[in-house]
Design a binder for this molecule. Structure first.
Ligand SMILES: Cc1cc2nc3c(=O)[nH]c(=O)nc-3n(C[C@H](O)[C@H](O)[C@H](O)COP(=O)(O)O)c2cc1C
Length: 168
């Protein structure tokens, strides 16, 4: 059998089909949006979604200090938004990286351009090493165009996952 290498793990894990979304977060007057692909439903009753968040990210910091976050999904024609949010975002009244956002009652940002969004309340989190899996209960959500699909990783040339590389 072939030896298990980082390269093996990378090319294999990158094959796992992934969704793509932007996680909206807020704590103590600080806001962020972060491109994320580790997003999955984990229970029906209650309706829960889990997200895997890098322990070194701004989003991790904000999600640890607050109980709420959002997941925003976009049209396949609008994948450039994921490039904009693969580094910490700048917030100015009503905008994150110049993308219009609306704050929920819990002060977490929903992207005005999102085709589907969820607002979640964190009910559990597990630290697995480099990443923490946050599980949130859906407290609100909306699908704006039910007949259209949203963008996923395969619509882009982006990748995420595998083993840590330089700069991770
Ligand atoms: C296509 C793509 C998917 C990503 N998926 C995730 C993810 O699921 N979880 C995560 O923690 N970071 C993910 N990242 C990395 C973050 O977007 C990036 O490190 C980041 O913006 C740092 O987060 P911060 O702005 O909260 O500091 C992904 C990046 C890209 C380009």
């Amino acid at each position: 059998m072939d030896e298990l290498t980082s390269e093996n793990i990378n090319v294999s894990t990158w094959k796992i089909p992934s969704p793509l979304g932007i996680i909206g977060s807020h704590a103590n007057g600080e806001f962020n949006g972060m491109t994320a692909s580790w997003i999955t439903q984990v229970s029906m009753e209650p309706a829960l979604i889990g997200v895997g968040i890098d322990n070194k990210s701004v989003t991790y910091d904000l999600m640890t200090k607050s109980e709420h976050f959002t997941i925003n999904m976009f049209s396949p024609e609008y994948t450039k938004v994921f490039v904009k949010f693969s580094k910490p975002a700048e917030y100015s009244e009503g905008f994150l990286n110049k993308e219009a956002v609306t704050l929920t009652e819990n002060s977490v940002p929903i992207f005005d351009n999102a085709k589907v969004w969820f607002e979640l309340k964190t009910i559990n989190k597990i630290d697995f090493g480099t990443h923490t899996f946050f599980v949130g209960e859906i407290i609100n959500c909306k699908t704006l165009t039910p007949d259209e699909r949203v963008a996923y990783m395969g619509d882009t040339r982006m990748k995420y996952g595998g083993v840590p590389r330089g700069g991770h």
